[in-house]
Design a protein around this ligand. Structure first.
Ligand code: TRP
Length: 320
């Protein structure tokens, strides 16, 4: 079986350590072994907000973040929705393969609607998982590294692929999710780590910004540092973060800190994070916006050729 890996992010802000340990490290590891497509999902930005905002700046930033972590543009194809008309055109036949009831049952979409600040729910909110199926299927992606929240979308992609094949003949492989083995990192306030909640350490943050964020992190007043996810989730989360950066288990780190209290814990984690991110930040500082634009232009061209071939196959299978 010829596996193809596809993954993507919405360009809504800088990538952070949650992305790194959840998915970026995995991408870098995979790019040497399998064809890898990395999507800047720019059209998906307007699912939960009215306007794309600073889309160009976030797009460039996203590409630079990926390059800084070690994604090699000679091996990986980095591209964006808005530059690939042939990918977007797959949405039309794909929408004919799912029912309105199925679209309404998607738990991730329901959750996004519940948390949305928009006054009205747009049609795109219900249909973007089908667009995401086009993201995956245009390059016949088979492995999709994603977090748990994306599993319902992967089910949609499998449904679309299966139904297309049943109706029109075998064109698409059924993609599979690849879940990171890493523990889930929470934000520094104990909630979901998120670009928009101010509780995440961006890969591109400065050392001082990193120190300030960790200083503000929630902890408790027990002097003896222990790894207890049930009773001390905030302390456990800092130990997890520090452990990931140091390549040690959270328990080992807790023992080392012993009765140093929250102050020592924060100092150790700050040093660990800054040390870990130093080479990534250094590489990012050496890159320019022009580098990002050149990488995208090349990736877009490659992705467009791939999408054109798939669209041709789809049209011909459907008898157009
Ligand atoms: N929905 C993903 C997110 O919010 C981004 C995304 C778009 C994606 N298209 C994709 C992820 C295709 C994996 C595969 O992070």
């Amino acid at each position: 079986m010829n596996d193809v890996v596809l993954t993507g992010d919405r360009p809504t802000g800088p990538l952070h350590l949650g992305h790194y340990f959840g998915s970026l490290a995995n991408r870098v590891e995979l790019q040497g072994r399998l064809p890898l497509y990395v999507l800047v999902a720019d059209y998906q930005v307007i699912t939960d907000r009215d306007v794309p905002g600073e889309i160009r700046r976030h797009t460039t930033g996203l590409v630079l973040d990926q390059l800084a972590t070690g994604i090699d543009p000679a091996r990986a194809t980095i591209f964006q929705h808005s530059a690939i008309p042939e990918l977007n055109q797959l949405l039309l036949p794909f929408l004919s393969l799912v029912s309105v009831a199925e679209l309404g049952r998607n738990p991730t979409v329901k959750d996004e609607i519940a948390h949305s600040s928009q006054r009205a729910v747009s049609g795109l909110m219900f249909t973007y998982p089908v667009h995401q199926a086009a993201d995956i299927l245009f390059c016949k992606g088979t492995l999709v590294p994603v977090g748990k929240d994306q599993l319902p979308h992967l089910e949609v992609a499998r449904l679309v692929a299966r139904r297309f094949n049943e109706r029109y003949g075998p064109v698409f492989p059924l993609p599979e999710a690849m879940m990171g083995a890493q523990p889930l990192l929470k934000g520094l306030d104990g909630g979901k780590m998120s670009k928009s909640r101010g509780n995440a350490i961006a890969l591109s943050a400065t050392e001082d910004e990193t120190a300030a964020l960790i200083r503000k992190a929630r902890t408790d007043s027990e002097r003896l540092i222990t790894f207890d996810e049930e009773r001390r989730p905030e302390v456990a989360n800092l130990l997890t973060l520090g452990g990931l950066c140091l390549g040690r288990t959270p328990r080992e780190l807790a023992e080392e800190i012993g009765d140093g209290g929250a102050a020592t814990l924060k100092r150790v984690v700050t040093e660990a994070v800054n040390e870990f991110l130093r080479p990534i930040r250094k590489r990012r500082a050496e890159l320019s916006e022009a580098d990002a634009r050149r990488v995208l232009a090349e990736g877009n061209e490659r992705a467009r050729e791939r999408a054109a071939r798939t669209l041709e196959e789809v049209r011909s299978a459907m008898g157009f």
